[in-house]
Ligand binder design. Structure first.
Ligand code: WTA
Length: 701
C-alpha cells in the first residue's frame, strides 16, 4: 500500500494495545493512513515589516510559558480580561482530569467582549456584516450598537422567554450579525448557548436540543446561500417536532427576520410557540441588563462535535479559562491590533467561529468581517473584493476554501488590491502545493501564514508557528503554542522522538485554560475518550499522569515542527467539518432497502477528504439510481448536505471477518485506489474483495 510511511509502523504494532487481528477487525483505514507522505519542505520567513509590528517577537516568552512556570504562566492571558473578582487559585487539579482554572474569580464574557470597549472604541466597527447578494449594502455595526442590541435581546430572552442563568439556549442560525448578538446576550445572562451550525438539518438540531435540554430555540426565517434564499424556519418546525418525539417540549421559538419588518419564510408561524424577534424587540428598546458576574468555572457554552459513536458530544467550555485562552491566542497568533481589519471565513456554528470570530477578537476589541454566504459567490473574486473594499489585513480560512478558490480562479487574487499582513489556515492538513498558492498568490508573498492545529475540545490553538518568530514550513502546523507541551506516543505509550520519521498519537502533556471542562452530562465519556488510553493510574492526582489524547495522527520533524496527518478514529473531517462515520451510516440505514452501510474516507482534490458510502441491500431489492439518490437525500436530510457521500456503491456483500464485522479498511483501500488492500485472510468471504474492486472500477467518479 503506498503512502503510509511511518504511520504503518504504528499500525503494524497493533492498535489500542490489542492484537493485530483485533485491530484489523476494528480499524477503518483512517485519514492519517491515507495522508500523503510529504517530503521535507523549505522554510519561508516573515517580512521585516510584519516582524516590526508584531505582538509576539520575544522568544523568551516561550521560556516564561515552560513547564517550570506552569500553571502560573497563564495569568498573563487571564490579565487580558476584566475581572469583577480576581481568582484565588490558578489551577485546581484535585479531581483529575476535571481541571478548574482561575478558581474564585468572577467575570462576564459579554462585558469583556462589548461593554469594556465602549470607553475608547464606542464608534469603532465591531462587525462589518456582508450580505451574500452583492447589491445589498454592507452593515457596519459599532461597539455601541452591539452593546445596545445585546442588551435588548438579553432583556427579551430573560423577560419574554424566561431564560435564567445556567439554562441552555439553542441557537440555529446562519452567518448574520444577530447570531453573535444572541450568543452574547446569553453570556450576559449567564445562560449557556449551544449554537448549531446553520447548515445542519432540523433533525440534527433536535438531537442537540434534546441532549442539552433547551427549552428555547433561536432561529431565523431565511438567508442567502449560493444565490438562493433558503427557508430556514422550516428546519425549526422539524427540530421542535423531532425534539417532542424524543421527549423534549420546546416552549419558545424566537425567529429573527433576515429583513427586519418582513417575514421572509413560506413556513407559517405556530401560534403561541413561534415569535418574531423583530416584532417583540421594540418592547425592550433601550433596556439594559446588568452582566451576571459569573464564576470563572461556570460554563459559557456547549459546542457539539462528532465522536466515534453515533451520538454527538457536547463539549462544555468554561467562562474564565476559555475566554482568557482565546484572547491570548488571538493576540499572539492572529496578531490582531486595534487598527486591523480581521476576516475569518469560518462559520460561527463551528468552534473556529466561536473562538476566532466571536470571543477572541471581540475580547481584543477588534473589527471583524462577518460574511453571510458562499466564498465563491457570485464568482471566485468575491473574497478579494470584500477584502479590498473593507481593508481586511488579517485573513483566516480553511484548506478546503483555499483549494476551491484556487480551482475556480487561480489568477483571481492578482486582480485585486487587497494586502494581507497575516493569513491563517485551519481545520485540515494543507497540502504544500496549496499552501504555496495561498502564500504567493493570495498573500502576494507579503503575508505571514499560520497553520493552526487545534480542536473543538481544545478551545483554541495548540500548534502553530508564532508568525514573527518561527519560519513557516508548508504542510506543517509548527511547534506548540505558548504553554502547550505536546508529545507523540506510540500504542504502548512510549514517546516517539522528534526526527524519527515515525508517526504516532499526538497528546498534550499538560492542562491549559482553553481545554473543555467535560462532555455535557457525560463525564465518564470524557475520561474514556480523551484520557483513558494513556492514563496508567486512574487514582493519580498528578496532572502529569493525564495526557490529553487528541485523536489525531502526527509526526514531529527534527526541527520540532508537528505535521498533523488526520483523524485516527471513526471521524471524517469533510471540508473542515467533523462528521462521525456512524452518524452517516445510521442515516443510510434509515432507507428501508438498506441492510448494511459502511462509510469510508476518500481523498478528494478540493474537499480534502470525503465520505464514500458502501451499502448492501435486503434480499429482493435491486440497485437503482432512484435508490442511491434516496440514500444521499436521506443523509443530507438527517445530518446536512455537507455529509453527502461522494458516491454510493451498492455491493452484493460487505467484506466481513468471521465474527461478522465489516472490514471498512478494505473498502477504504479500494475507494482510494490502493493496489494492495492488506491482509484478507481473516475474511469469511474474501472473494467479494475482487468483486467490489471491479464494481468500483466500473463506476464513474
Ligand atoms: C483537524 C477545528 C491539520 C484535526 C479547529 C483535528 C487539522 C480536527 C488542523 C478538529 C490543522 C484542525 N492541520 N489538521 N491545522 N486543524 N485539524 O473539532 O484532525 O472541528 O482533530 O476543530 O480537525 O476539528 P474541529
Amino acid at each position: 500500500m503506498p503512502s503510509r510511511g511511518g504511520w504503518r509502523t504504528v499500525m503494524e504494532k497493533g492498535y489500542g494495545g490489542k492484537t493485530m487481528a483485533d485491530a484489523a477487525e476494528r480499524v477503518t483505514l483512517t485519514e492519517a493512513e491515507i495522508a500523503v507522505h510529504w517530503r521535507e519542505e523549505e522554510y519561508y520567513h516573515p517580512s521585516p515589516e510584519f516582524i516590526g509590528q508584531a505582538y509576539l517577537t520575544d522568544r523568551s516568552r516561550y521560556e516564561r510559558f515552560s513547564l517550570d512556570h506552569f500553571p502560573d504562566c497563564f495569568k498573563e492571558y487571564a490579565d487580558l480580561l476584566d475581572w469583577y473578582k480576581y481568582w484565588d487559585v490558578t489551577l485546581d487539579t484535585s479531581n483529575p482530569p476535571f481541571w478548574r482554572w482561575f478558581v474564585g474569580g468572577r467575570l462576564n464574557a459579554a462585558h469583556n467582549c462589548v461593554d469594556r470597549h465602549l470607553a475608547r472604541h464606542r464608534n469603532k466597527t465591531a462587525f462589518h456584516f456582508v450580505p451574500e447578494p452583492e447589491n445589498e449594502p454592507i452593515q457596519h455595526v459599532t461597539y455601541q450598537e452591539l452593546y445596545n442590541r445585546v442588551n435588548e435581546f438579553a432583556a427579551l430572552l430573560r423577560d419574554f422567554a424566561g431564560v435564567r442563568r445556567g439554562d441552555r439556549v439553542t441557537i440555529h442560525m446562519p452567518m448574520v450579525v444577530e447570531l453573535p448578538i444572541a450568543m452574547l446576550a446569553c453570556a450576559r445572562l449567564g445562560a449557556m448557548h449551544s449554537v448549531v451550525f446553520g447548515g445542519f438539518s432540523g433533525k440534527a438540531c433536535a438531537d442537540r436540543m434534546v441532549d442539552a435540554e433547551s427549552r428555547v430555540l433561536v432561529t431565523m426565517d431565511g438567508y442567502y446561500r449560493n444565490g438562493e434564499f433558503l427557508d430556514h424556519k422550516a428546519k425549526a418546525d422539524v427540530a421542535v417536532r423531532e425534539a417532542a418525539a424524543q421527549g423534549l417540549a420546546v416552549e419558545r421559538v424566537l425567529v429573527w427576520q433576515r429583513y427586519p419588518g418582513r417575514y421572509s419564510s413560506p413556513t407559517p408561524l405556530v401560534e403561541g410557540r413561534d415569535f418574531v424577534v423583530n416584532e417583540i424587540l421594540p418592547r425592550f428598546r433601550g433596556r439594559r441588563v446588568d452582566p451576571e458576574p459569573m464564576p470563572a468555572e461556570d460554563p459559557l457554552f456547549l459546542m457539539y462535535t462528532s465522536g466515534s459513536t453515533g451520538r454527538p458530544k457536547g463539549a462544555q467550555h468554561s467562562t474564565g479559562g476559555y475566554l482568557a485562552y482565546v484572547a491570548g491566542t488571538s493576540k499572539y497568533y492572529l496578531d490582531i491590533h486595534p487598527e486591523d481589519v480581521y476576516w475569518c471565513m469560518a462559520d460561527i456554528g463551528w468552534i473556529t467561529g466561536h473562538s476566532y470570530i466571536v470571543y477572541g477578537p471581540l475580547a481584543l476589541g477588534a473589527s471583524s468581517v462577518l460574511y453571510e454566504g458562499q466564498p465563491a459567490y457570485p464568482d471566485p473574486g468575491r473574497p478579494w473584493r470584500i477584502a479590498e473594499e473593507l481593508g481586511v489585513n488579517i485573513f483566516h480560512t480553511s484548506p478546503t476554501a483555499i483549494r476551491a478558490l484556487r480551482k475556480a480562479g487561480p489568477e483571481e487574487p492578482k486582480k485585486y488590491g487587497h494586502r494581507f499582513k497575516l493569513m491563517t489556515t485551519v481545520g485540515e492538513p494543507i497540502e504544500p502545493d496549496v499552501w504555496r498558492w495561498y502564500y504567493h498568490v493570495v498573500g502576494k508573498g507579503q503575508a505571514a501564514v499560520v497553520d493552526t492545529w487545534w480542536q473543538t475540545e481544545t478551545g483554541g490553538f495548540l500548534c502553530t508557528t508564532a508568525p514573527a518568530i518561527h519560519p513557516m514550513k508548508p504542510g506543517s502546523a509548527g511547534p506548540a503554542v505558548l504553554g502547550i507541551h505536546p508529545v507523540i506516543l506510540d500504542e504502548e505509550g512510549h514517546e516517539v522522538p522528534a526526527g524519527s520519521g515515525k508517526a504516532g498519537n499526538i497528546c498534550i502533556r499538560n492542562p491549559w485554560p482553553g481545554m473543555m471542562q467535560t462532555i455535557w452530562r457525560d463525564p465518564e465519556r470524557f475520561i474514556q475518550t480523551y484520557f483513558a488510553k494513556y492514563n496508567r493510574d486512574p487514582q493519580s492526582k498528578d496532572w502529569r499522569d493525564w495526557p490529553y489524547f487528541a485523536g489525531d495522527g502526527a509526526m514531529q520533524a527534527s526541527d520540532g515542527y508537528f505535521r498533523i496527518l488526520g483523524r485516527i478514529d471513526d471521524v471524517i473531517n469533510v471540508a473542515g467539518h467533523r462528521l462521525g462515520t456512524k452518524e452517516i451510516e445510521n442515516a443510510a440505514l434509515g432507507v428501508p432497502e438498506v441492510a448494511e452501510a459502511a462509510v469510508v474516507a476518500v481523498r478528494d482534490e478540493v474537499k480534502g477528504i470525503m465520505p464514500e458510502l458502501y451499502v448492501a441491500l435486503h434480499p429482493g431489492h435491486r440497485e437503482s439510481e432512484d435508490l442511491k439518490q434516496r440514500i444521499v437525500d436521506r443523509v443530507a436530510q438527517e445530518i446536512s448536505p455537507i455529509a453527502k457521500p461522494r458516491r454510493v456503491v451498492v455491493v452484493p456483500d460487505m467484506p466481513k471477518t468471521r465474527s461478522g464485522k465489516i472490514m471498512r479498511r478494505i473498502l477504504a483501500a479500494i475507494s482510494n485506489g490502493f493496489e494492495d488492500v492488506g491482509d484478507v485472510t481473516t475474511l469469511s468471504n474474501p472473494e467479494v474483495v475482487d468483486e467490489i474492486r471491479r464494481l468500483v472500477g466500473s463506476l464513474k467518479s
